[in-house]
Design a protein around this ligand. Sequence first.
Ligand code: PGA
Length: 252
Amino acid sequence: MTNKLKYFIGNWKMFGDFGSFKIVSKINQYSYKHQKSNKKKIILCVPNTLIHYFKKKLKSEFISLGAQNCHHHDGYGAFTGSVNASMLKKMGAKFIILGHSENRTEGETNQLIKKKIISALNQKLNIIFCIGETYTEKKEGKTFSILKKQLKNSLERKFKMNKIIFAYEPVWSIGTNKIPSIDELRNTIKFIKSECKKIFKTKKIPRVLYGGSVNRKNIQLFSTIYEIDGFLIGGASQSSKKFIDIIKNYYK
Ligand code: PGA
């Protein structure tokens, strides 16, 4: 087993209330107890309504909290229902998911996501930048060209690569129990790393996660791919047991 730092990031999506703190607390305790056994970082991206509450309830933090999206505008403004990166930062978010396919489906373009990335970087938030192809794009053999476009059109060389964690999430694998083959996934992760190095003109190796139907059963398959730096976990992160089992099984 590798000693490289691995990320286990929960994406709660539209889930949870104050009572859900028990999930956070159990995961925090697990992280505390196992902090020395492996090099890992646990982050929970929860709804905006819960970030501040969880932050205050957590007496000592062995996990980090994150948000799931933001408005692209830096300051306050007439944007009904929206929250910007600065507001999320003040609530206690250290990380933020941007470019998730569920938001792309609602109309987010690569250009809009770029504006959000800029705004989040201005707030010194760490970004979890999601990219991924649809099933049709995959069938048409367009996976690499789509990923390249998503990266190129939302990033600039001057952005701080060390503030961005990339998450490869094939749209067809999110919440479907379908996962890519291991060879396919290894090649795609390598491709993303090499494209990012080109964009940022760096020799440093970007961090790339996988997300899409990760569960306690399939996690061991993924652990055979050295290039993967961690996982973005949706459905299974809404249960402390399922989430912790994923981490345990990864290191088995
Ligand atoms: P899933 O979601 O684990 O439920 O497939 C992943 C995600 O949307 O980030």
